[in-house]
Every structure is written in structure tokens, then in C-alpha cells.
Design a protein around this ligand. Sequence first.
Ligand code: AHR
Length: 323
Amino acid sequence: MKRRNFVTTGMVALAGLALILVGQGCQKENKQITLGFSQIGAESEWRTANTKSIEESAKAAGIDLKLSDAQQKQENQIKAIRSFIAQKVDVIAFSPVVETGWEPVLREAKEAKIPVILTDRAVDTKDDSLWVSFMGSDFVEEGRRAANWLVEKTKDQKDPVNIVELQGTVGSAPAIDRKKGFEEVIKDKPQFKIIRSQTGDFTRAKGKEVMEAFLKAEGKNINVLYAHNDDMAIGAIQAIEEAGLRPGKDILIISIDAVKGAFEAMMAGKLNVTVECSPLLGPQLMTAVKDLMAGKQLPKRIVTEEGVFPMETAAQEFPKRKY
Ligand code: AHR
């Protein structure tokens, strides 16, 4: 009798233990995922759309998002990443304002066993085990697409084509790569010449200011403006109009992003073409975070698919634009 009681009690205890273990397993699976995201800032229409996409997708995916705005400063991003490590978030993601200088903080994240996903912009590190995946556009290809459009557009022209270039933030991946891709296409074509090139820091205000300086220095010598983003192009359009010239006609304007503001400028005949760079990375990022937490391996590189929109297509495309 006593023995039977002993066996029964043992079996009940074992069943209880099994239930607790199963429960704990479920709890682990359903555990709220915390994602620390360090955003560059709010320098452009593109960036605002990118932040919105990340916030909305985190909410839809039930992920607890800790979002920090670095106001275009690398030191603020480094501080944010350190604070995410101290808070023991599950995953860190960030869009690096510049390419270099990330090694130490990424090493700290790795030592804390917190995986890091790069979104939108890449880093330049010797050790690429410091981050698990990079998702975003191919900026070199965007530069090539911009130049290919220009080559095609001016194919019957014999005169020299003088180009001014508004570069993005100094040291940032899109500024480096968009310049590289564009130059790669025109380098064997001597009629294309970049006569001035300066940073406009991806903002409208700076784009306008630098274009004013270009116009002062070169006047009617400028045939083409190549802006590394739409915001700088939109700022430059104002400067061109204030100088008494017609943007889109007297000066051909090429830019990158394909935000709604660019479509409006194209429909007004003031911008000739925009090369798409999609900021809608939120859904992809949340899927990647969940996959990581489920123990799956992420591809090292996830490239966003994008198109080119010349002004002739603007009115038809505009209603479909999501950013
Ligand atoms: O990194 C993407 C770039 O950053 C966008 O082209 C620009 O508008 C933004 O600020």
C-alpha cells in the first residue's frame, strides 16, 4: 500500500515537472522579442518613411521596439547601441550614418551575444562576423542607373555635358557608392564632365545652399544636376528657379529615392528622373528578427528590388506610391 502510494506520488510529481518544462518551453517561444533600433535621424522624406515603416511593422509583428534617433551623429548611434546592450535587448538593428568606426561597439554587442542586423546602409569592418545580415539597396547600381539614364537621354547630343553633383553625407555608404556607380558609367565617355561636386548632407536646405554656390560659380555652364537624393534635388530646384533658370529644362535634374515629393516635382516638369531606393524595410526587418529568434540563419545580404521613374511616367505612377 505504502509502496503503491510512493509510486503514484512519484508519477504525479514527474507529470507536474513535465508540465512545468513544457510550459517554460512555450513561454520561451512566445516570449516578447525586444528590438533595439538606432535610426540615423530625420534628414529626408526617405528617412521619415523608413522610420514609419519600422514602427508600423514592429507593432504589427508584436515586437517591442526601442527606437533611438541619432540626429545624424555617429556618437549618438554608438551610445544608443551601448544602451541596447545594457538593456539586454534580443536583437539590435541600425542604419549606420557613416561606414567606418563601428568595430569596437559591434564587438561589444557580439561579446554580449546580441545579434546585429544592418539596415539600409553598410559598415566597413574587417571582421564581417560582427553583424549577421545587411538588408537594403544596391547604392552602386543606383548610381549606374542614374548615369545610364543620362547617357541615353543625351545620346544625340554632340556638345559637352557639364554635370554638378550634390553628394550625400560625407563618409556614408550611399554617398560613396552612388558617386562610384555614376562615375563608372561616364568614365569612358569624355563629353560627360563633373565640373563641381560637394556634399548637401541629404537635406533640402543644404541642397539649396550648395546649388546656389554652384550657380554663382558656373552660371549657365551647368547642363545637368545629379543629386544623391530627392530632398537635395528639391532644394536645388528652388535655387535654380530663384536664379531665373528653368529646372528640368535649362538644367536636367537626376536624383535618387523616388519619394512622393520627387513625383510632384516631375509632374510639374521640374525634375527629369528619379531612381528608386525603397525605405520600406520594416516588414523585411521584422521577419528577419523573428527568424533569428527562431534559430534560423539569415542570408548575409538581402537586396531590395527597385526601379527607375522618368518624368513621363510620373502621373501614372504617383497614385501607386507608398512613400
Ligand atoms: O541611406 C539612404 C539615403 O539616406 C536616402 O537616399 C536619403 O534620402 C537618406 O537620407
